[in-house]
Write a protein that binds this ligand. Structure first.
Ligand SMILES: Cc1cc2nc3c(=O)[nH]c(=O)nc-3n(C[C@H](O)[C@H](O)[C@H](O)COP(=O)(O)OP(=O)(O)OC[C@H]3O[C@@H](n4cnc5c(N)ncnc54)[C@H](O)[C@@H]3O)c2cc1C
Length: 531
């Protein structure tokens, strides 16, 4: 077979133009990195899969420059309700209001999100998408990865700096690396039914925890709605997809003849993680790295977090601002968090999927009891959802600030800031896509030594001064005002600093007198060896 040496040598080759691959190409593209993205399919998959996203996902879309457009196609969801046929509402999880500048839960139509992400690629001449192009194999060396792909009958050998496997659940890159998927597959099947143009609006997720037939009922954008019906023992896929069966299942909500079915399909979910998410020059992201059951709406969100965590690190290494060792932190940080989200989804699934009447009776009793105890907010305020924070990774863990909610390895919050000109901006747009030293109540450039500022610049870092309201009038230029006092609360006082990574994870915190030392210690791990 003819084999062609590809003359273009993209810095990064991404296999899989699903939502995670295309998001990653957008993030790398906005950093100016030449990317080749390939997918074996001719276009996007026109089936609705992910139906909800959380504030983390929306913040990542904001960072990709597509947040404004995304918010137009993603209505908010007010709450998630678990309903028992015996005792009524078992739990009501409030998802109203905002967190980090975004709604806490929105509904999406995955193909529309994928279209938006692909449109985003048009902004970059240095990002190329080859459709109908299949990954075959790769060989990794110290200096490059040689990837073989087949497009229109021709096999190409492409040399790239980094290979990213965004090639979904059956990832061939994961297989080639020999990284096994570990975890469990459910024995149960679900019929997923998406309906367009429902006459009655739905703004909440309902889990009908009936042991006879557990059902999830979820709002989609516009007038669309999704039902997920658990198959009973003995029911087959074929039988469940028959129109008469679908009509019987959907009858409590209306006549099938008056509904427009978008899609029906039987799925079996899995709860698995790859034993390694990446090292050297090869990394896995999204479903290639972890498979999350849909009960917490976190499968795609986890993939988007992977993308946000890795893209900036690769860009910094390619620009020679950081040591290649920082890439080791991707697996160290992302794998435990993805596993936590899988555990949450499995836990919620086990509440919903109870099929024994006796077990359901005990579940209902226990949940009603818990609703009268201090444990209530864990469900009602979604506190049982793990924060996007890490135990180990690319940050200085030991430093902390008194009375502050900002801690190394966790998410730096987002809130509105007022600029000198009087306009308001969400803080992430001022932190920007670089490392950033944020000073609260004191200007970093007044405290940092000149040599430290030079080191910081070499790392591609920037500086942001957030002033509290009293100080703002006194300072002539170059500040953003904490107009809602949110950062006062987060920092717990003035004369405090945070080093924030481009993925909005706190890399370090310090008081004014230690800021030089903190920057130098972070520079050591950023440009040298990970501890
Ligand atoms: C019923 C259902 C409901 C869900 N609900 C939610 C939800 O509410 N919220 C949420 O966050 N997530 C949800 N998910 C999960 C979400 O849909 C997935 O996590 C997401 O689609 C994964 O995106 P990805 O880009 O990693 O993989 P995919 O979307 O699977 O993309 C992989 C791409 O790789 C390409 N590819 C594969 N092999 C090759 C090869 N050898 N060469 C070239 N290209 C290749 C494929 O063509 C494909 O385009 C749900 C999933 C399902 C099934």
């Amino acid at each position: 077979m003819e084999e062609v040496e590809e003359s273009e040598k993209p810095n990064v080759l991404i296999v899989g133009a699903g939502p995670v691959g295309v998001l990653t190409a957008n993030l790398l593209g906005s950093e100016g990195i030449p990317v080749l993205l390939i997918d074996e399919n001719p276009g996007i998959l026109e089936i609705p899969r992910a139906i909800s996203l959380d504030q983390d996902a929306l913040r990542i879309l904001q960072a990709s420059g597509l947040g404004e457009e995304a918010s137009k196609i993603m209505p908010s969801i007010s709450c998630v309700e678990m309903i028992s046929p015996y005792v009524g509402t078992l739990a009501k999880i409030n998802s109203m209001g905002s967190m980090d500048g975004h709604p806490r839960l929105v509904s999406i139509y995955q193909p529309d999100l994928e279209r938006l992400l692909r449109k985003g690629l048009e902004r970059f001449d240095h990002v190329k998408l080859w459709s109908e192009c299949t990954y075959l194999t790769h060989i990794e060396s110290d200096s490059e990865v040689i990837v073989k792909v087949k497009c229109n009958g021709t096999t190409y050998r492409i040399s790239t700096g980094f290979l990213l496997g965004c090639d979904g659940a059956h990832s061939r890159i994961r297989e080639k690396q020999g990284w096994k998927l570990k975890g469990s597959a459910y024995k149960e099947d679900w019929l997923i039914l998406d309906v367009e143009d429902m006459p009655n609006a739905l703004d909440k997720v309902e889990f009908i925890c009936d042991p006879k037939r557990p059902i999830a009922h979820v709002p989609g954008p516009g007038k669309s709605q999704r039902w997920e019906f658990l198959l009973r023992n003995g029911e087959t896929r074929e039988e469940m997809e028959k129109p008469e069966k679908v009509a019987e299942l959907i009858r409590p909500w209306g006549e099938l003849s008056s509904m427009k079915i978008q899609r029906k399909a039987v799925y079996r979910f899995q709860a698995k993680t790859a034993e390694c998410m990446g090292k050297g020059r090869v990394f896995l992201l999204g479903d290639a790295a972890h498979l999350t059951p849909p009960f917490a709406g976190q499968g795609l969100v986890s993939g988007m977090r992977d993308s946000f965590n890795l893209a900036w690190k690769i860009a910094s290494v390619l620009r020679k601002e950081a040591s290649k060792d920082i890439l080791l932190s991707y697996n160290v940080e992302r794998k435990p968090h993805a596993k936590k989200m899988i555990r949450l989804a499995v836990f919620l699934g086990s509440i919903i999927m109870t099929r024994s009447r006796i077990a359901a009776f005990f579940r209902d009793f226990l949940m009603k009891f818990l609703s009268f105890t201090p444990a209530r907010p864990y469900l009602s305020d979604l506190r049982l959802k793990p924060d996007n924070s890490f135990g180990k990774g690319l940050f200085l863990k030991k430093n902390t600030l008194k009375n502050s909610s900002i801690s190394p390895g966790s998410v730096f919050p987002q809130a509105p800031l007022r600029l000198k000109e009087g306009n308001w901006e969400l803080s992430d747009s001022l932190l920007g896509p670089n490392l950033c030293i944020v000073g609260y109540g004191v200007h970093p450039s007044q405290v940092l030594s000149q040599s430290c500022i030079e080191i910081w610049k070499k790392m591609g870092g920037r500086i942001l001064y957030i002033s509290n309201q009293q100080q703002a009038s006194e300072i002539a230029s170059n500040f953003a005002e904490d107009v809602t006092s949110s950062f006062m609360k987060f920092f717990g006082g003035a004369d405090r600093f945070a080093i924030v990574r481009p993925d909005k994870i706190v890399a370090a915190v310090s008081y004014g007198k230690e800021v030089d030392d903190t920057v130098l210690r972070f520079a050591e791990i950023y440009q040298g060896k990970m501890p």
